[in-house]
Design a protein around this ligand. Structure first.
Ligand code: NAD
Ligand code: TDX
Length: 373
């Protein structure tokens, strides 16, 4: 892979403590990033983070504004940093027009797009069990469209993926996922993400696309859709509905603050080894029932004030990330490792943003009732 066109960046605004970043790889200083799915949960957090920490970078957000995306998630991002395009990543003509600069605002002197950070996806396992087709369109075909565009324009590509591509681990084993774990996805969602990872690897190897992949564990924080575990339970309590726990609640997830995920993506984009995969996690393993009990306690509810509901068909038992590679190679470390504190702040955010979540709540719960959840 030829990195010669990648330019040096002063390490002043590194994703983590710059003193800890050994930066063994050629560094890359993006000037204009195409952020797909930037109006969703993690994408929006990433756009806010980049605008705050790297204000010289322009971002074009391409987002279809599905049920999971909201334009207002980007409110507060300075106009100088952001171009918002409402559109679909499967639309090859639109993607081409963005990379060719045809869609650019004439007034601003914005440099051409030199990187794609690809968050856009159908992201919810339960939805994929009801209907897999949007998952195949967006996660597989959409990724293919973006890869072909990155190939034509020879630009940097970072793909956001998930630890779910590795299937699950037993509750009682010490093993964690590493970059060498075999792919073994369980759900239509995770199978579609695994397929997209394979496309990235193939386009790198065959065509030399300058791609990297991150596989991250479960994120929590502001702007997460109320369909997901933590926001669903918080907003249930706020709406006077009893929280719903799948099965016994023994399944384990490895929680990471969304801001820590964003700094990891930045570290990989700017210093990652082209063609490589990096696992991202914060040693945050916790059973679902323990997380729910923490939410109940924090919100002043009795510890048994919830319902057990149907388990997810094929539901994964445990995820756990070994983040040694990204720590050793890029000096990245999670900063927000006090889960109780992070959960408390997240609860506070949902308390203060009822206008944001309320419009989605009824439809989300109605869909869950169909599934016995
Ligand atoms: P999300 O569902 O909150 O947001 C997805 C965004 O993509 C939305 O804004 C939606 O409108 C947009 N989108 C969907 N289809 C599109 C299309 N065809 N064209 C353009 N835009 C489209 O998802 P999220 O939780 O923010 O996840 C973002 C990425 O991170 C996904 O790729 C997901 O697989 C991955 N990931 C998520 C987690 C997690 O805990 N949420 C963990 C690891 C990896
Ligand atoms: O109401 C619920 N009750 C419950 O017990 C919901 C919605 C979920 N659960 C359980 C199922 C899982 O064991 O909680 C766990 C977490 O569920 P989700 O929030 O749906 O997340 P998960 O399926 O683990 O996937 C998430 O992390 C990996 C994201 O949604 C994915 O996009 C990401 O790839």
């Amino acid at each position: 892979m030829n990195n010669s066109e990648q330019v040096s960046e002063s390490a002043d605004e590194s994703a983590t403590d710059p003193a800890n970043v050994p930066a063994p790889n050629p560094s890359f200083a993006p000037q204009h990033i195409l952020v797909t799915g930037g109006a969703g949960f993690i994408g929006a957090n990433f756009v806010h983070w980049v605008a705050r920490n790297h204000p010289q970078v322009h971002m074009t957000v391409l987002d279809a504004l599905t049920y999971a995306g909201k334009r207002e998630n980007l409110d507060g991002v300075p106009a100088a940093n952001l171009t918002f395009v409402h559109g679909n990543i499967c639309d090859a003509e639109l993607v081409e027009s963005l990379l060719s600069g045809l869609n650019q605002r004439s007034a601003a002197a914005v440099p051409p797009i030199d990187a794609i950070v690809h968050f856009a996806a159908e992201s919810h396992n339960d939805n994929s069990i009801l209907d897999a087709s949007p998952f195949l369109n967006t996660n597989v075909t959409g990724t293919y469209v973006l890869l072909e565009a990155a190939r034509r324009h020879d630009i940097r590509f970072h793909h956001i993926s998930t630890d779910e591509v590795y299937g699950d681990l037993a509750l009682d084993e010490p093993r964690k996922f590493t970059e060498d774990s075999p792919y073994k996805p369980s759900s239509p969602y995770s199978a579609s993400k695994a397929a997209s990872d394979h496309l990235i690897r193939a386009w790198h190897r065959t065509y030399g696309v300058k791609a990297t992949i991150s596989n991250c564990s479960n994120n929590y924080g502001p702007y997460q859709h109320v369909e997901k575990f933590i926001p669903r339970q918080i907003t249930n309590i706020l709406a006077g509905i009893r929280p719903k726990l799948y099965g016994t609640g023994s399944a384990v997830r490895d929680w990471i603050s969304v801001e820590d995920h964003c700094t990891a993506v930045w570290a990989i984009l700017t210093h990652g080894r082209i063609g490589d995969t990096y696992l991202v996690g914060a040693n945050g393993e916790m059973s679902n029932i323990d997380v729910l009990r923490m939410i109940l306690e924090c919100m002043g509810q009795p510890s048994d004030a919830f319902d057990h509901v149907n388990d997810r068909p094929g539901g994964d038992k445990r995820y756990a990330i070994d983040a040694t590679k990204i720590t050793r190679e890029l000096g990245w470390r999670p900063r927000f490792t006090d889960f109780a504190e992070g959960l408390d702040e997240t609860i506070q955010w949902y308390r203060e943003h009822e206008d944001w979540w309320r419009p989605d709540k009824d439809a989300t719960e109605a869909k869950y009732r169909l599934q016995g959840h």
